[in-house]
Design a protein around this ligand. Structure first.
Ligand code: PEP
Ligand code: MN
Length: 341
């Protein structure tokens, strides 16, 4: 790190900073200018001393503290050059193939779920999505079927040879949800639920960590670091749109995050064009764009009768829309040297 001292800082204040840096285990390399002094500090693990480093900012004479390493380790490309692949009982995420996850926003009934699962699996989706525990902005909105919903997901996935992804919101339910699901989804509202992140970090169950709707990329990667540093290497990230000033879309799907994440991290990147737009008429185009931009998979909301869906009907595709989209996506994937699984 580099510590920039204010112009004309007295020697004793510079010395106090140097002593503190040495105490923290840094090799201290000051450059004493006529007006300004900068102190280079090398050798210590910045991310492990983040609180102590932060307190340096308030030392007398300190103008700025510039970190030169990333605040995360395990999720970074520097730590692991090769891309992470996650084997979900034979379905590989993060490899050459682009993996489709599809299903309703929320599990409503056996008929609704099984009809959707049959159709999307025929269209090549390998992973069945569906919420049994729904995080809702309104307490009056449907909260999900709970465990009976999980059981339906597992049964439908078994019947159509799919894997299950579903959301877990409560650290106390991680074990229960893991007994039905192949991938644990952590929703946008829980990206910074650190107890939940620690809990899923204690398992080896694959985790899909959605981006907080107001989260910066660095905060998102630090959330993933919670899971990985806890011992679970099976983490994928999901861009699902962020909040901006624009009201004509529910969220602003950040497509630039895809290539950017591939530079910063080795973790697979999934895109959710459904929450990412909030609009059925935009889902196909944004899915095409996401695959072209390097997404490792898509998670898409599909419903047999979206106009009567309990949740997120306006952003859910009909079955024919999904089928038509997949045909197109297969061509896009080939164009960018990938294949649709
Ligand atoms: C969902 O997938 O239905 C969902 C609630 O996602 P998010 O957490 O991204 O809003
Ligand atoms: Mn939804």
């Amino acid at each position: 790190m580099i510590i920039v001292m204010q112009s004309g800082t007295p020697t004793d204040q510079i010395q106090a900073v140097e002593e503190r840096l040495a105490e923290l285990g840094y090799q201290v390399n000051p450059i004493y200018g006529v007006e300004k002094t900068v102190i280079g500090a090398v050798g210590g693990m910045e991310h492990e001393k983040i609180d102590a480093i932060d307190s340096l900012r308030s030392y007398p004479g300190v103008e700025d503290v510039l970190l030169i390493t990333k605040p995360y380790k395990f999720v970074s490309r520097e730590y692991q050059k090769s891309k992470t692949t996650i084997d979900v009982r034979g379905v590989v995420i993060g490899g050459d193939e682009v993996v489709m996850m599809a299903g309703p926003c929320t599990v409503e009934s056996r008929e609704q779920l099984f009809t959707t699962a049959e159709a999307v699996s025929k269209a090549g989706a390998r992973i069945l999505r569906g919420g049994a525990y729904k995080p809702s902005t309104s307490p009056y909105s449907f909260q999900g079927m709970g465990e009976p919903g999980l059981a339906l997901l597992k049964e439908a996935a078994e019947k159509y040879d799919m894997r299950v992804i579903t959301e877990v919101m409560d650290p106390r339910k991680v074990e229960l949800v893991s007994s039905y699901a192949d991938i644990l989804q952590i929703g946008t509202r829980n990206m910074q639920n650190y107890d939940l992140l620690k809990e899923v970090g204690q398992t080896k169950v694959p985790v899909m960590l959605k981006r907080g709707m107001s989260a910066k990329i660095e905060e998102w990667l630090l959330a993933a670091e919670y899971v990985m540093s806890g011992g679970n290497p099976n983490v994928m990230l999901c861009e699902r749109g962020i909040r901006t000033f624009e009201p004509s879309v529910r969220n602003m799907l950040d497509l630039a995050a895809i290539p950017l994440l591939h530079k910063l991290t080795h973790l697979p990147v999934i895109v959710d064009p459904s929450q990412g737009t909030g609009r059925r008429d935009l889902v196909e185009t944004m899915s095409v764009a996401a695959v072209a931009a390097g997404a490792d998979g898509l998670i898409v909301e599909v419903h047999p009768n979206p106009d009567h869906a309990i949740k997120d009907g306006s952003q859910s595709q009909t079955i024919p829309q999904y089928e038509a989209m997949v045909t197109k996506l297969a061509r896009v994937a080939t164009a960018v040297d990938r294949r649709l699984a």
